[in-house]
Ligand binder design. Structure first.
Ligand code: ME8
Length: 589
């Protein structure tokens, strides 16, 4: 039986005969407000282990890491960050066979690569889950039993297209025909371009269609649950279409590498149900998840939105649990305008990127250039230009200038003078305001606003905009420094010294704020910057973001403090490879 077309991505033909529900449909859950002090379980997707990690995987993990670190700076609320690997399914079974190894060996090897990468990238994960772990197997089997116990599973024959690389079923409308490498026509997924094959087997089906209305209500009442907003609209549109039931198992004869259906040794649990339940496993399901569920915030790529925004909330409602609090969606990285793929040979290895651009340099690039709403392009010159201009020159240069021994011979955090930089509305009057100019007051206002702005952008999953506003302030501070040319002021003249110290104090205060705010994105560089400014580890939280307290008539504990001893460059300039430099100059390498 061929089933009718349904949703645009992983959709399963509707079961012909739906049984009447045995219990009332669940009421759509309400969103809970978030804020410092609340529990917070941040997750990345768990990644397939059929190949080593690439920069797209790293990007998801960095977004989650930056959110997690930012959240940690806001307050002491308990937070967790879970990541890991998705190790079952046909895709892995076939990849192991192709590599001439066993699935478990392939999984151990590849999972290790993901774990090492994330550790090396300073991703602050608190849990790394592998779906082959016993704790997870138990959680999946309990979850299955809960679905079954509520009468939401039934067995039926399924016939249709299956795409192994995407591990999903597709309808006729979701496939097209393209020539393969040998020029022979073959059927592929319209969305991913991966080959599909016809499958006919007996499966367990989940009564997804019963959840269309609860899902709609859930979304209506939670406009911000999926962000950015264009992705929320995509999901709403999906829910206007037919929502067929979902096949949630495969015949064990075809798929042995997976968790068996409890009580039915002929079936293996569908890898996506297995994978999604990982979020409950890390929350402690089935014993101790209530403290952490539904405080879940999922970071996912746009390719797996339907699984997270439709199937997952429906499955959760089905077992009587609330959907996650938040789904953050991001787009994809391309390389020189092309999709990354093994066959094109353009998959970018993140470890090589760390070697070339440094760990913080590459973290900064991905988070500063990655715009969740649209695909972003990676190429080497772009990384070098951005990182040199913003980290090495603008930020590093500013630190270097205001801490240079020629200008700050005592190596201290100098004193601020109210008479040079007066507070209040009289700043329009140059005489009354000491030596500060209108632009200087604008700088103070910008840096005063910055922490709230940055927090707001983080909360709306616009980390790139948070970084954009920090960089704008760094540039404004460089302008301030340049304008007052402190290197021309004479330390022996008391009036000039007073102003010189004030210029340095304001600049160091700006840098202190930038250092605190940049910790979630470039932790090692921010640490170096703050240590150079003699800001102690316990003075780096968001409660320490009071900018320029002396201007506001309050004491400043940094005044007179000896600066940290590391006088090295904050961030080394990255070199364009010689070959390329010569090529741009029209010379032969
Ligand atoms: O889908 N740019 O795993 P996966 C940005 N196991 N991010 C990218 C990317 C790119 N070019 N390519 C991949 C799976 N990603 C399932 C997930 S979760 C319960 C199960 C990121 O290894 C992005 O987050 O194919 C995407 O959603 C994820 O990797 C897919 O990783």
């Amino acid at each position: 039986m061929v089933r009718p077309p349904g949703l645009t991505m992983l959709s399963l033909p509707a079961r012909c005969l739906l049984r009447p529900p045995r219990r009332p449909l669940p009421a759509p859950p309400r969103r809970r407000s978030s804020g410092p002090g609340r529990r917070w379980l941040l997750t990345t997707p768990i990644f397939y282990v059929n190949g080593p990690p690439h920069i797209g995987h790293l990007y998801s993990a960095l977004l989650a890491d930056a959110l997690h670190r930012h959240r940690g700076l806001l307050g002491p609320g308990p937070g967790r960050l879970a990541t890991g690997t998705d190790e079952h399914g046909l895709k892995i079974q076939q990849a192991a066979a192709a590599a001439g190894t066993s699935p478990s060996e392939l999984c151990a090897q590849m999972s290790g690569l993901f774990r090492d990468l994330f550790s090396r990238a300073d991703v602050s994960f608190t849990d790394f889950i592998r779906t082959t772990e016993p704790r997870h197997r138990r959680a999946v089997q309990c979850f299955w039993a809960a679905l079954q116990g509520r009468g939401l599973l039934y067995k039926d024959f399924y016939e249709g297209w299956y795409c192994t690389p995407d591990e999903c079923f597709l309808t006729q409308a979701q496939i097209t025909e393209r020539p393969d490498a040998q020029g022979r026509p073959c059927k592929v997924s319209l969305e991913s371009g991966h080959q599909v094959y016809w499958t006919k087997e007996e499966n367990y089906m989940f009564k997804l269609s019963e959840f269309q209305e609860p899902l709609r209500k859930w979304l209506q009442g939670n406009r911000h649950v999926i962000s950015p907003e264009p992705f929320y609209q995509v999901v709403r549109r999906w829910l206007e279409e037919d929502l067929p039931d979902l096949s949630v198992s495969r015949e064990r004869s075809r798929l042995q590498w997976g968790i068996p259906v409890p009580g039915d040794s002929t079936q293996t649990i569908y890898v996506w149900v297995d994978a999604l339940v990982n979020y409950l496993t890390v929350a402690g399901y089935p014993d101790a998840h209530h403290a952490w569920w539904p405080a879940a915030h999922h970071v996912v790529g746009k390719d797996i939105l339907k699984f997270h925004a439709i199937y997952w909330p429906a499955l959760l409602m089905a077992v009587g649990l609330d959907p996650p609090e938040q789904i953050y969606v991001h787009s994809h990285w391309t390389v020189h305008g092309q999709k990354m793929s093994k066959s094109l040979g353009n998959v970018v290895d993140p470890v090589a990127c760390f070697k070339q651009y440094t760990m913080d340099g590459f973290r900064y690039f991905l988070l500063r250039q990655g715009v969740p709403e649209r695909d972003c392009d990676y190429y080497e010159e772009k990384v070098i230009k951005l990182v040199n201009s913003e980290l090495a020159d603008a930020l590093g240069g500013l630190l270097n200038r205001c801490t240079a021994s020629s200008i700050n011979p005592n190596g201290i955090y100098p004193h601020f003078s109210e008479s040079c930089f007066r507070k209040g509305s009289d700043h329009m009057d140059v005489e009354a305001s000491g030596r500060a100019l209108a632009e200087d007051y604008e700088l103070v206002a910008s840096v005063d606003r910055l922490p709230l702005q940055v927090t707001d952008y983080f909360e709306h999953f616009q980390i790139y905009k948070a970084l954009e506003s920090v960089v704008a302030c760094v540039r404004q501070t460089n302008g301030f420094f340049q304008r007052h040319a402190p290197w021309k002021l004479c330390r022996d003249n008391p009036a000039e010294k007073c102003w010189l110290d004030t210029v340095l104090h304001v600049t160091l205060e700006c840098l202190r704020i930038y250092g605190i705010l940049l910790q979630p994105v470039i932790p090692a560089t921010a640490d170096k910057l703050l240590s150079r400014l003699a800001v102690k580890p316990e003075e780096r939280a968001f409660t320490d973001l009071t900018f320029l307290p002396r201007y506001h008539g309050k004491p400043c504990s940094f005044e007179g403090r000896r600066l940290g001893p590391d006088t090295g460059a904050l961030f080394p300039r990255l070199e364009t490879p010689i070959r390329r430099q010569m090529e741009t100059k029209g010379l032969r390498p």
